[in-house]
Design a protein around this ligand. Sequence first.
Ligand SMILES: *Cc1c(COP(=O)(O)O)cnc(C)c1O
Length: 404
Amino acid sequence: MNDVIGELTPPQRLMLTPGPSCMDPRVYRALAAPLVGHVDPWFTEMMSDVQILLRRVFQTKNRITFPISASGSGGIEAAVMNPLEAGEECIVCVNGAFSERMAIIAERIPAKVTRVEAPLGRTVDPQDVLRAGKGRKIKFVGLAHGETSTGVVQRIDDYRKVADELGALLVVDTVATLAGIPLDVDGQRIDICFSGTQKAISAPPGMAPITVNARVEELMRARKEPVRSWYFDLTPTMSYWGQERTYHHTPPISLIYALREALRLVLEEGLDARCERHARNQQAMIAGLEAMGVMPLVSNPADRLVTVTAVKIPEGIDDGKVRQQLLNEFNIEISGGFGALKGKIWRVGLMGYSSQKGNVLLFLAALEKTLLDQGLRVSAGAGVAAAIHSYQQATQPAVAGAKK
Ligand SMILES: *Cc1c(COP(=O)(O)O)cnc(C)c1O
């Protein structure tokens, strides 16, 4: 008996954060499956299943498609370091902390990085990108599809057009969007696209699915210098995930099991239905929050990231106290703001398994009680009532162009 450290008993939380999201019981069961070796023929066979599933979710035929053994930030690292060589130029659309991270990583190569910025809560103007890059040799234009720090979504097609005019690659961070918002890697001609597993995919954190097209493969072969990171060099990793299955590093086997099951769940539901569910639940939640006087940070509804909603903390309300009460009294976790937005906004994630009607209604009721306890004058029940009304009104598809 170990009388120093007790048995591990985590609380049962409802994670309504920008990740990790809650997981389906099937994903927990996959995590507990017996471990095998990473070059065991059974495992190397199973790796192909994961790649097939990932290609379907990314909507791509790219050969190089696999989960990197690292969190979403490792995805940024790989996406930036593989195409870009020291001294080359890139443009990063910076509208928050995660797109800024992409710029910082590129600077460490060191590359010449031009940031094209937008105020917090807004999208970057593609014309600004074009003006910044005109007449220069730009290797890639990088952006966050969903900028989780501010709850903003950007229209990939607009940046693809600009990247084409500049003769540049398009690198897109879909950590917060893959499997929650429509994305079509081949159709939208994204050259390098990466994601994370703990957001709308609802698998454990610790992997970064990535996909890279033939044009990038070509560039990688033509590099003058090796990639400056051994671990994130995609070429040897791809020998492990490719035909050869040559050892590079030991992958997180149990996490790969879990990812396989989470991806199966995504495809069982269907991408269109899944995106529709995410949009519908966010619509109802925003209706409820607005009814309580908690307003979205992003003023243009079309720019709101469906998976993560940023809302302004009402005047006189203490950020920390509210989040603490939600956690202690209701086991609900939401997030605060980053940097300049710290203490000013809450970020509420409705991602993957967390995006459920019941969770929306529970959260609104819990927040209402909390805000009343903290002295805000809201009329009890207004938030829940508005959300119910939103669900009842919902006859049109919430996602533009979604199939019925
Ligand atoms: C969460 C997130 C990341 C970072 O992922 P980690 O798993 O925390 O490293 C990167 N980009 C975006 C858009 C994110 O939402």
